[in-house]
Design a protein around this ligand. Structure first.
Ligand code: SAM
Length: 349
C-alpha cells in the first residue's frame, strides 16, 4: 500500500527522501508495474507521447583520461585510435540535417588535439546548416573553452557524474576528482548550457542506496537531460571480469527518475539497448523519451568501443533514421519534429 501512496504523493509534488527513493528502487511485482505505469503517464503528461531522435557523431577515440570502466581509456594500448577531421565532421552533420536530424551530439574521448579553436570552427559551421541544436560531450575542459563554445552557439552539454559515491568515483577515476566533475557541471549550467548528467548502473561496490543518491543529485542539480545506463565490462580494462549492470535495475532507475525529475529528457541508452534486445521499447514504456543514433562512418564506429557492442549491417544515415521512425511508430510513439530543447528552458525564461 505504501508504494502506491508514495507514488501518488510524488505525483502531487512531494519530494521523496533517500529512504523512500530506495524503497521505490526495491519494488517488485505489482508495485513495480505500478511505478512503470506512473512513469509512463508522467512522461506523457509532461513530454507528450513524443520521442526525440538525436544524432551523435563520435568523432575521436583518443582519450587522456583513465576511467577504469572505459575501453577508450588512455592505458588501453590495444585500441586503434582515430580522429575525424573537422571538415569531415561537418560533412556528416550536414548529411544528418538533410536526413531530418534537429540535434547533433558531438562526442569524443578527452582529446586536446581538438583545441578550443577547432571545436569553435566545427560548432559555427554546423550551426550555419540550419535550425539545429548542438550538444557537446567532450569531457572536462578548461572553463574558458566551455564559455567560448557556448558563445559560438553550442546549446547543450552532456557530462555524466558517473556515480555520486565518492569512494567509487575515486577508485574509477585516478586522473580527476568528483569535485571537479561537479564544478564543471555547475559551470556549464551557469554558462546557460542545457546540461545533461547521468550515471552507470552496476559499478563494482554500488548499492541501491548509491543509486538513490544519484537520482537525488540529478534532481538537486535540476538537470535538463540524464543518461542512465548499465555498466558493461570491456576486455581492455581492469574491470574486464566484473559483471555487467542489470537491465532490470536500469529500467527501474529510469522509471523512478521520471517520477521525480518530471520533464528531464531521459534517453533509452545505447548501453541498455546493448545488453537487452528489447531495452529500447521497455525504456520507452518506463518514462524514457529520447534515443541517440550514431552518425559517423562505420570504419570509426567499430573503433569507438567504450564497451563491446555488435554493429549491424551498414546503412545510410537516412535509412537508419527512417528505420528508427518505423520502430517508434510500431510501438505507438510519435517522433518529435522540433529540436527537443529542455522544457526547463521555458521554465527559466
Ligand atoms: N569523454 C566524454 C566524457 O567523459 O564525458 C564523453 C565520452 S565517454 C566515453 C561517454 C560515456 O560513456 C561516459 O559518460 C560513461 O558513462 C560511458 N561509458 C564508458 N565506459 C562504459 C562502460 N564500460 N559501460 C557503460 N558505459 C560506459
Amino acid at each position: 500500500m505504501r508504494i502506491y501512496q508514495l507514488v501518488q504523493n510524488i505525483r502531487s509534488g512531494y519530494r521523496p527522501n533517500l529512504d523512500e527513493i530506495e524503497e521505490l528502487l526495491r519494488a517488485e511485482g505489482p508495485e513495480l508495474s505500478h511505478i512503470f505505469q506512473a512513469a509512463d503517464e508522467i512522461n506523457r503528461q509532461y513530454n507528450g507521447n513524443l520521442v526525440h531522435i538525436r544524432g551523435i557523431i563520435e568523432f575521436s577515440n583518443y582519450c587522456r583520461a583513465r576511467c577504469a570502466y572505459c575501453g577508450l581509456n588512455a592505458e588501453n594500448r590495444e585500441l586503434k585510435r582515430y580522429r575525424m577531421e573537422p571538415d569531415e565532421i561537418i560533412e556528416v552533420a550536414k548529411e544528418a540535417v538533410d536526413a531530418g536530424y534537429r540535434t547533433i551530439v558531438l562526442q569524443s574521448g578527452e582529446d586536446l588535439w581538438y583545441t578550443r579553436e577547432k571545436i569553435s570552427y566545427i560548432i559555427r559551421r554546423i550551426k550555419a546548416l540550419g535550425d539545429v541544436a548542438i550538444t557537446l560531450s567532450v569531457g572536462e575542459r578548461d572553463f574558458e573553452d566551455y564559455r567560448k563554445w557556448r558563445e559560438d552557439g553550442a546549446d547543450r552539454f552532456l557530462l555524466k557524474h558517473e556515480t555520486i559515491n565518492p569512494k567509487i568515483y575515486k577508485s574509477l577515476h585516478p586522473h580527476s576528482t568528483l569535485r571537479n566533475r561537479i564544478l564543471c557541471l555547475k559551470k556549464l549550467k551557469e554558462l546557460g548550457y542545457q546540461t545533461g548528467s547521468g550515471f552507470m548502473i552496476g559499478l563494482p561496490g554500488q548499492t541501491l542506496r548509491d543509486i538513490a543518491r544519484d537520482i537525488l543529485f540529478l534532481n538537486n542539480l535540476k538537470v535538463d537531460m540524464a543518461g542512465i545506463g548499465p555498466f558493461i565490462p570491456h576486455r581492455g580494462t581492469v574491470l574486464k571480469d566484473a559483471p555487467a549492470g542489470s537491465s532490470e535495475i536500469t529500467l527501474k532507475t529510469v522509471a523512478v527518475s521520471r517520477l521525480i525529475l518530471k520533464t528531464t529528457h531521459l534517453p533509452a541508452t545505447t548501453a541498455l539497448r546493448t545488453i537487452d534486445g528489447t531495452g529500447a521499447e521497455r525504456a520507452f514504456r518506463a518514462g524514457a523519451n529520447v534515443i541517440m543514433l550514431k552518425l559517423e562512418p562505420y570504419k570509426y564506429r567499430r573503433l569507438y568501443e567504450i564497451y563491446p557492442k555488435p554493429l549491424g549491417p551498414e546503412k545510410s544515415i537516412r535509412e537508419e533514421r527512417e528505420e528508427m521512425v518505423r520502430f517508434l511508430q510500431s510501438i505507438g510513439k510519435e517522433v518529435a519534429q522540433d529540436r527537443g530543447d529542455s522544457l526547463r528552458l521555458t521554465e527559466r525564461q
